[in-house]
Design a protein around this ligand. Sequence first.
Ligand code: SF4
Length: 677
Amino acid sequence: MPELPSVEELLAEAVEALGGKQRPGQVEMALAVERAIRTGEHLAVQAGTGTGKSLGYLVPAVRHAVAEDATVVVSTATIALQRQLVDRDLPRLATALKKTLGREPTFAILKGRRNYLCMHRVHSGAPDEPEDEGLFDAFAISRLGRDVKRLHEWSSDTETGDRDELVPGVSDQAWRQLSVSAKECLGVSKCPIGVDCFAERARAEAGRADVVVTNHALLAIDALEGYKVLPDHDLVIVDEAHDLVDRVTSVATAELSTAALAIAVRRCGRQIEEDVADQLSEAGEGLEIVLSEMPIGRLDAMPRALAGALAAVRDSAHRCITALGPERKEDPEGAVGRKLALALLDEIHDTAVRLLEAFDEDEAHRRDVVWLAGDFRDDSKPPTVKVAPLGVGGLLRERLFAPRTTVLTSATLTLGGTFDALARQWGLPASSQVPVVDATATEKEVPSDLSAPRWSGMDVGSPFEHGRSGILYLARHLPTPGRDGLPPAYLDELVELVNAAGGRTLGLFSSMRAAKQASEAIRSRIEYPVLCQGEDSTAQLVKKFAEDVRCCLFGTLSLWQGVDVPGDSLQLVVVDRIPFPRPDDPLASARQRAVEARGGNGFLTVAATHAALLLAQGAGRLLRSTNDKGVVAILDPRLATARYGGFLRASLPPFWTTHDPEVVRAALKRLDAAASA
Ligand code: SF4
């Protein structure tokens, strides 16, 4: 193959073909990704909104794939970005570079098996196993029936079987009837419908593509769970990398409930001796009694009664697995029921073992945290024992970084001025960069026998002039927030700010309760409409907010990260309090204790890092295009006064900062007047 043009030349060609203009940060990023590919050194690259980061990594990735006849995996956290890559960026890029590269680069999207319709289920019918109370309700049954009927009809129209392409969607319950997990799938060689399988077709297509777009969960399953779901690849680009640790943690979290045990007993049905299934049933009853006497929350030791109940679950699940025996070739239909039962029994057995081993090590060296979730008063939330990894750095280091070059990118990767806080969570060694603030995370390295992966961090900046376009207002004069809802002084301040801005406000609250309280309290005091999350789908609310410039939108977590509203509709972002994890959050509190047990500063390493990431994301909602201007107002005075405030402030974009409410109100009024003119 003739020598391909350089990354710089390809990028210039792509940008011109797409009608954009050269951006220095984008060029810098593309060259850094190309260097990472060449040297094998991992790269963390922070690229602010408006840098054009997807082209910044796609151009060197596509060049590498074509030159080496290799597959590159691009992983995202959200469906929105996945869609943007597959529906817009990649098709345009492929057309733009076709001539120069000598052929059109190819790409494919790959999701978990559960996201595709299972044609074997469509043909053979769903298993008869009501899994929750909803099914005893006549209305739910008829809705389920309608949804399943629609899925059957759709199965002969769809070309992909991809759930995201079904509009409007169906309930999870209906989808579960006609889809299978990877463990429940019969396997393409044994499945009578294997050749028509949507999931298999998507995998085959991905295997032939230059670029495979997937999500962090599938990336984690491929890397951590020991069975290959992604095609062989030597380069992975993790976009929205600020979310990687949470997504990987979710994949590595397991749970055990009495409901799951009851389903496993039903799935065993007549396939095994009744008395073997009865033992699993009795173990489930024993577990239920023990759980009903335990408080909800984190466990710091394994109670003797729970250990006994878990051992009974482990042993009886094992007996059922043995009783199901090896697969019988002469009985293909029986294989479906056996596979379904086995998938769940394996999960139950392995989770019971993991729970029983969770407290073997001392606190500084434990790998897992265990807690009891649910609500005894609410039948829809029965108590469940959960187990999650305290950290995923070791796993990522061993399974993600060691076998391939990894590029991690996002608009928010530096916290407190360095990449170290996130690098530590990814299992990468801290860089030699000196922290820019006095209070910073002090986690000690988790011991590892693997040699430290080499990596570098790069901030390619942002096309925005934060110091000229945005004001950070720290309301130092307000009282410290307490536990009893928003103090009256906060509501007064909020009213004055919203009035000065003429609406146009995104309120980011640390709890749904606070968002509702603020919405209700200020509706009668201002003349602008206030939408509150939960009153409609979030997508609809954001749409209304973007269309009506006078409108305000208040809400919580998903708004912190998911709102992209450029222009005059959003000129004020208000944050009620520093978003530390809740003190009763089992995972965060256990992570904090583990850091402390190793001699580090748990609060800064866990709670402040969590808050810094969310604050940076929330503040990032303000400037979405180069003409945007506005104010980020933080009502929690601790950001200005507490020692850790420096670390948090250094995690925010470099806005011009003030503590003076009059200066801010005057600025907001000027912006409102300019926007209304
Ligand atoms: S191979 Fe698996 S997912 Fe595909 S149709 Fe068969 S059982 Fe369903």
